[in-house]
Design a protein around this ligand. Structure first.
Ligand SMILES: Cc1cc2nc3c(=O)[nH]c(=O)nc-3n(C[C@H](O)[C@H](O)[C@H](O)COP(=O)(O)OP(=O)(O)OC[C@H]3O[C@@H](n4cnc5c(N)ncnc54)[C@H](O)[C@@H]3O)c2cc1C
Length: 313
């Protein structure tokens, strides 16, 4: 909710609720396309977590809860998309958490399984996927596009849709998208883990969830926006230390755990949170800048990009 309140301070109500609609319909499309079993979809809800220093943000959120629930009812079909969930704080075993707000419409999926199902579906449909080619440039010409690869290989295509999100800045410097790295860690399995569901705090800058009986935690880009504006994968001490401190002090204060893996991913962001789906020039098109929401909206944005190309033929 605090992320939406932040968005409303920068954008019109129409733009903010249109994006929520896009996320909602995008997720429905993804679930209908692949099926909940293939996605390991679990409707466990999403919680916004407020620490002792976030009381002011919580009070602003509570004052807006009725407004959000009213605005979202036509979309979600429930009067209580958001509700107070303070009674669950002890159940999850958190420390230094004063309040929680539940979004009952949020769920979680296994994105590895999602990619596997998407690739299988593409193969079945006759889509060719060519791996191992790093594209260095795409040039528009009168009748087609010329795609140059890093190893010197090149090929032509009637139309090209660039859909590499945060990496698009290198191919399309004229498009207002920049890479935003997000660092993540995951613990080894923890016996009797109390946490179930997805959790956010600090306007969505931090996110954690259970993955079976492990905890996955990511975020902290706001600690070093400049350093994390990169398309290079990697982790940094400042952010990983903060993630570990959060595990120790807030998320798993009483549990013994070890961290199994740390990694990063690249998102595509810009001044605005809206996506860019448009013709760049002649036969060259793009569908980029998912704003960290590409799992939710990617199916719809991909379809928009494909329709744009089909209509141009
Ligand atoms: C840690 C993390 C957590 C996230 N959590 C969520 C979430 O909870 N919900 C949500 O909706 N979204 C989430 N996102 C965002 C979501 O993952 C992205 O928006 C989504 O992956 C974008 O999909 P995409 O296919 O457009 O781009 P990508 O998934 O980035 O895929 C781009 C592909 O293009 C390839 N590529 C790039 N450049 C080139 C080149 N020059 N030549 C050849 N290939 C190239 C890359 O290798 C990659 O395979 C998260 C992202 C991160 C990093």
């Amino acid at each position: 909710m605090t992320e939406l309140i932040d968005d409303l301070s920068k954008e019109s109500e129409e733009a903010v609720f249109k994006r929520i609609e896009l996320r909602w319909h995008g997720l429905q499309k993804l679930r209908n396309l692949l099926g909940d079993v293939s996605l390991d979809y679990e409707p466990l809800g999403g919680y916004e977590v407020f620490s002792t220093s976030d009381t002011a943000a919580f009070e602003i959120g509570v004052a807006k809860m009725e407004y959000f629930n009213r605005m979202l009812k036509p979309l979600t079909g429930t009067s209580n998309t958001y509700s107070n969930a303070d009674e669950k704080i002890n159940e999850f075993g958190f420390n230094n958490v004063n309040h929680m707000v539940l979004n009952q419409c949020e769920g979680q999926i296994n994105t590895g399984k999602m990619m596997e199902a998407l690739v299988n579906l593409a193969h079945k449909t006759g889509v060719k996927i060519i791996n191992g080619l790093s594209i260095s440039a795409v040039h528009n010409s009168e009748k087609n596009t010329l795609i140059n690869c890093e190893d010197g290989f090149s090929f032509k295509s009637k139309r090209t849709l660039i859909a590499n999100n945060g990496f698009a800045a290198a191919l399309l410097p004229e498009i207002a998208v920049v890479p935003a790295r997000a660092q993540v860690l995951i613990t080894e399995p923890i016996p009797n883990l109390k946490i179930k569901g997805s959790f956010h705090f600090e306007k969505g800058y931090y996110y954690f969830r259970n993955v079976g009986n492990r905890v996955l935690l990511g975020g902290g880009r706001n600690l070093d926006f400049k350093g994390e504006t990169t398309a290079e994968f990697g982790t940094t001490t400042i952010i990983q230390n903060k993630l570990e401190a959060l595990l120790n002090e807030m998320i798993l204060p009483d549990a013994k755990y070890t961290i199994e893996m740390r990694w990063s991913g690249i998102m595509g962001v810009g001044e605005s949170k809206s996506t860019i789906v448009r013709q760049v020039e002649g036969n060259l098109y793009c569908a980029v800048r998912m704003g960290g929401m590409g799992v939710a909206i990617g199916s719809l944005i991909g379809e928009m990009g494909a329709k744009m190309i089909l209509e141009s033929l």
